[in-house]
Design a protein around this ligand. Structure first.
Ligand code: SAM
Length: 293
């Protein structure tokens, strides 16, 4: 492997090489700082309004072909964090890959949704926006500080019909039932490393994450209505956190509903019907699978 890769932990390079013999170099080369990306919050502003305001602020941007609300800034964000757009919750700063799970779940008015691991709330608020604020969403988060952040973001983004609860999702009441569930699982973050910057990734974190992911997946499936859908996602590219979680769900009786990636998404080889995004200059490494009960 080349020089940049020296900044990535050796154990991870070995794992990637073992799991992706022909792609490991490409993955590691994708561990770079990415431009700021954001989503227009359709509960508060149209994409056109956001585009006009970014232009007025002198911030060049690109649009994203598969999502009209997504923007990719062409340079430094300038005073974006102090702008009215930001303060009034008309935009939400979010990576492009992490905009995909809510799009695939496609929440509709009146549906009953659970976001099992919700903080800081990027995907909960996107789910709320995609349903026009008309889905009933329960957003669960275990960590107290992150829960406060979630509540703040729900309020700022105007996501009104969200019931936020600070709880361990693995211990949710067994009698609850949902039409759709998002399990954006805690993970090692192996898709999001930036070369030269600190990372918490370790073999132990990967193992603990894999264990927790299966616990949460089992619980999520048990809380789905018959025929309901669960979108499983991680910001990891490692098979033990992705394909092996899907295999676990299939062995528990779930069905895999194949996902079709949007054109232009940088992909890694993975199990049929699932999506593994390769980290690159625009996208974080990410994994998605849709399961049905
Ligand atoms: N979906 C979030 C978003 O888009 O902003 C990001 C979620 S992050 C990948 C995973 C979250 O799961 C963390 O906030 C973590 O504190 C939370 N978490 C971990 N274990 C949990 C559990 N057992 N129950 C509920 N939340 C949990």
């Amino acid at each position: 492997m080349s020089d940049i890769t020296e900044q990535i932990p050796a154990f991870l390079r070995e794992l990637l090489t073992a799991e992706y013999p022909t792609e490991a170099e490409r993955i590691v080369r994708g561990y770079v700082r990415r431009p700021v990306t954001l989503r227009a919050n359709s509960l508060k502003a149209t994409a056109e309004e956001v585009a006009c305001e970014l232009t007025r602020m002198g911030l060049p941007f690109e649009r994203v072909p598969w999502y009209e609300d997504a923007f990719l800034l062409g340079g430094a964000p300038g005073a974006l964090a102090e702008s009215a757009l930001f303060r009034e919750g008309k935009i939400y700063l979010q990576s492009l890959s992490s905009m995909l799970p809510p799009l695939y779940l496609a929440p509709a008015a009146g549906e009953n949704l659970l976001d099992m691991t919700a903080a800081p709330g990027g995907k909960t608020t996107q789910l709320a926006a995609l349903s026009g604020g008309k889905a009933l969403i329960t957003a669960c988060e275990k960590d107290g500080i992150r829960f406060d952040r979630l509540k703040f973001n729900l309020m700022r983004q105007g996501a009104g019909r969200v019931n936020a609860m600070q709880a361990d999702a693995a211990k949710l009441d067994a009698f609850l039932r949902f039409d759709k569930i998002l399990l954006d699982a805690p993970c090692s973050g192996s898709g999001t490393l930036v070369a030269g910057e600190p990372s918490k990734i370790s073999q132990t974190l990967i193992e603990n994450s894999a264990r927790m992911q299966k616990t949460l997946l089992k619980k999520g499936l048990s809380l789905l209505k018959k025929g309901g859908k669960l979108l499983y996602s991680t910001c990891s590219v490692l098979k033990e956190e992705n394909e092996s979680a899907v295999e676990f769900a299939l062995a528990a009786g779930a069905t895999l509903l194949p996902l079709r990636p949007p054109e232009g998404l940088p992909l890694l080889p993975g199990a049929e019907g699932t999506i593994t995004v390769c980290p690159d200059g625009k996208f974080e490494g990410f994994f998605l699978a849709m399961l049905q009960k």
